[in-house]
Design a binder for this molecule. Structure first.
Ligand SMILES: [Zn+2]
Length: 480
């Protein structure tokens, strides 16, 4: 690192709110959110007046809601003044920021769809491209390209929240984190995580190779105590490494699963192998990494509500559903400078849970893990909906399975499901075991009974032959 770079790092590091959170704080992410509110109040008399002058050390959910609605209106005004997309949209719909006072009022604000962001990303930019410090482009899980610009202020905020999330996972300065995302030719989350670690003062290493001796060497050299990465990639490395070494002896304290849904069978297999807890993180490129993370209770994910406002809606009516009910997650940025996004339809099916949490968090909501995506469901047989997580739960409950892909083809009139499976056991007996487990999934069983789905086929492929085409694994390929 050059001298200038280290000066810059030191300057940014001083700005991080995470630094003000003492080690051992019960709920570091919630404390970070509280500090952010206190910090915002300091320069904003109007917000201070709305929350009232009482002690922010014991901030309630009601106080916090004032912050969120205040920030939403401010972000909406900012978007209207600076982003061509929102200037047109709000004018056309005749909606004004001042009319949005309560959470229920949010329903008056039009949605933003991923297809709109993909079609004209530059229309969303609220500052000129020359003022963007970084632009992230992704093809995501569904193949549509989206571009998001971050200013320096946005990036510092992201670094801060990633640092807070790692603190929430109980990472200390003594820990070293090993970053495991497959190497792909697009935005690489590894760089962002490594950058955040560097600024926050954590040691990190990156390895995107499937070569297990290389992975093992780097982990040992760096004294790795934390792992973060794509669960299917970590799982692959874990399965291959367990056959040559006792992973528990490496002293890994925590595994963090990011960017892809984590099935419970995969979680327990990883926890058994490494002898530590596996925590799930949720985020998306449009909103940045680390939007929500589980605490040690592993009971849904605490959300970054300082920078984002979350709603869950009924996909058909577009109206709010009660907390605890699964629907489509809608997210708005509250502090974005480069690319404000208002009421973004994420397509992730999730639920919001009210505080408190057993970890000690008092006012911060939690999000369920995604129950699938509205745009990643495939209909088979008589319109039965299938999605990747339902197969993850079955396939990854077999320790022999390293990874798999499912392709759907059309027979004469039946849908044919073919599983290409990388497995350490390639016997006919094991193939039969997989087929019978998959056939027990209700949607598949019904389809087979109705003669609309053929008996599933298992095709063993060489270990290492399944390739990653994006930073997220595309598990189901519809070839009909
Ligand atoms: Zn908690």
């Amino acid at each position: 690192m050059g001298a200038l770079e280290s000066v810059k790092t030191a300057i940014v590091r001083r700005k991080l709110l995470t630094r003000k959170i003492p080690d051992g704080t019960a709920s570091p992410l919630e404390e970070w959110i509280r500090l952010k509110v206190v910090d915002t109040c300091r320069t904003n008399k109007e917000l201070m007046r709305r929350i009232g002058s009482h002690d922010l050390a014991n901030m309630s959910r009601d106080d916090f809601k004032e912050y969120q609605m205040f920030m939403f209106r401010q972000q909406m005004r900012y978007a209207e003044e600076n982003s061509a997309f929102y200037r047109d949209r709000f004018k056309k719909e005749g909606v004004r920021a001042d009319d949005i006072v309560t959470y229920e009022d949010l329903e008056k604000v039009p949605f933003t769809f991923p297809s709109e962001l993909a079609a004209e990303p530059m229309l969303f930019y609220a500052v000129s491209r020359t003022k963007m410090t970084r632009e992230f482009t992704t093809t995501g899980t569904t193949g549509t390209r989206k571009s998001i610009g971050y200013t320096a202020k946005d990036l510092i905020m992201k670094v801060d929240i990633i640092a807070a999330v790692l603190k929430g996972a109980r990472m200390t300065p003594a820990d070293s984190i090993h970053i495991l995302f497959p190497a792909v030719d697009e935005w690489d989350p590894s760089i962002m995580v490594a950058g955040a670690c560097r600024i926050a003062g954590h040691r990190s290493s990156i390895c995107s190779s499937s070569d297990i001796s290389e992975q093992l060497r780097i982990m040992k050299e760096n004294g790795t105590t934390f792992l973060i990465g794509l669960p299917s990639f970590i799982y692959r490395i874990t399965t291959l490494m367990s056959s040559v070494t006792d992973l528990r002896a490496l002293g890994i304290r925590k595994v963090i699963s990011s960017s892809e849904p984590l099935s419970e069978s995969m979680r327990s297999a990883l926890e058994r192998a490494w002898g530590c807890k596996v925590l799930d993180i949720w985020g998306m490129t449009e909103l940045g990494l680390g939007c929500a993370i589980e605490c040690d209770e592993q009971d849904n994910m605490h959300a970054d509500e300082a920078n984002l406002l979350f709603e869950v809606i009924d996909t058909d009516t577009g109206k709010h559903v009660p907390n605890g009910t699964v629907g489509e997650l809608v997210v708005s940025t509250l502090t974005a400078e480069g690319t404000p996004i208002i009421r973004y339809r994420t397509h992730d099916l999730m639920a919001i849970f009210d505080p408190p949490c057993k970890c000690g968090s008092r006012f911060n909501i939690k999000l369920s893990k995604p129950h699938g995506r509205t745009d990643l469901q495939f209909k088979v047989g008589m319109g039965y909906k299938i999605y990747p997580l339902m197969f993850d739960d079955i396939l990854f409950s077999f320790p022999e399975v390293v990874d798999y892909r499912l392709s759907i083809t059309k027979g004469s009139f039946k849908d044919i499901l073919t599983f290409s499976v990388e497995s350490t056991d390639r016997s006919d007996g094991f193939a039969k075991k997989i087929v019978s487990s998959v056939s027990e999934i209700m949607e598949i069983a019904d389809g087979i009974a109705d003669d609309l789905i053929g008996t599933p086929i298992v095709d063993f492929v060489d270990i290492g032959s399944i390739k990653y085409s994006s930073a997220k694994a595309v598990k189901i390929i519809d070839m009909r």
